[in-house]
Design a protein around this ligand. Sequence first.
Ligand code: AHR
Length: 484
Amino acid sequence: MKKIYIVYPKSIGTIAPEIYGHFTEQLGGVFYDGLWVGNNSEVENINGFRKFVIDKLKAINVPVIRWPGGCFAETYDWRDGIGKERPVRRNWWTPNDGRYENNAVGTHEFMDFCEAVGAKAYFAANLTSSTPLHICHWMDYCLSNENTTSMAAERKINGSADPFNIPYWGVGNENWGGGGNMSPAHYGNEYRRYATLMENTDNTAALIACGPNGSDYKWSEEFCRTIVNSGVKINGLAMHYYCGSAGDALNFNKDEWYRMLSQANKMEEILLRHWHILQGFGMDNRVKLAIDEWGCWHPEGSGPSKGYNLFEQQSTVRDAVVTALTLNIFNNNCEKIMMANVAQLVNNLHCLFFASGGDSIVTPTYHVFDMFKDHQGGSAIQTAVTGNDEFNCSVSVSASRKNGYTTVTLANLSAETDMEISLESVGVNLQNTADMTVLYNEDMHAHNTFEHPDTVKPFTCAADISKPFIIPKTAVVSLKCKEC
Ligand code: AHR
């Protein structure tokens, strides 16, 4: 049996709701046929966006959504996505999938989507192929009050008299790769130039710099060295970590189950080491990590479109456990993280939804976001687990408290062994009966399809947490415990 201590005197910090954020890129089936069906569609929609997805996103309290890329941002001209006449262009992904961008979704449409969901927007600006002035004009267009600038007047003509609420602006995307293949020092200098002008345009916007690709610590170090004494504004350092695959999305054995989870578990070491670099430069008092792309990246072709939608891949019980493990890591390190955005929302990598035509379903990953949503804005509490040293037989856990309740989320990382767990709360008493939600399927490959949308879905029951209880192998569990 493992004992989980919830150590109330040891508070970690507040879990920014934005840690439960999402990422949407104009790529494959994320928007077209996924989120966006158009105003005239027979598919139920709100301002052209699929109502099923909007309703489900509202239900999990989505705090923030990043857009328009990703690499799509590297060649995106925001002017293509406003007004009545929208050009059709090759985009970043055209060489990969032969599809063209008709710009049906642009700034106004994306902001309609955020408004319908109740989420804040996080725009990724194109530092790779547009000038600082062009980005400042986009900020002017979006953020200036009515009756002030010509840009605000143009926005009003296009349907929005009031400025948009876009509190987060990314200064580039993956500038170590698709975003211009820059060296960290070169990007650092570009960041200084772009961020200076972006801050000058709107000094309330949080600016997020392009951070490292996974464990590229040299990137963080050189970037920090280049900007540390510059006085330039910076609120976030974006880190991307895709934990890849082991086997493929649907076909994997037990060894590959464990390999996948241990790759996902690397997230903690990677974010800690980047954080230590920020600390080393004395920047940790003004900069936090924004893990604005994360998730599994399996070989594609396993989703409903059978390869038509670039990067689309099925999501099994294993992806749900990766999600739970990652969100627990974020909760347990919340004082270092301003935001995280799982990649990507629909018909793509590590997605929460599959949707096409009249069909819309949620994936096991969606259910985990639902089960963890009470952590948003909670105060994270340190936990300690006995007998948890062997990774393949361990449980992942985090705990937080809010409004008189403690939420505890767990994932059994074992593909073979059910685990007996007992909880001990130190410093606060909990009522004996808690609401327990369990996501479990005896087949670790189980997943949802248009034909069988509920193969993997959670059930809820009352649990007596004063006694030991069992978490089945591969299961994700959340407990909502009332404090006495
Ligand atoms: O999410 C898919 C792609 O992965 C993004 O466009 C890019 O930023 C990353 O490499």
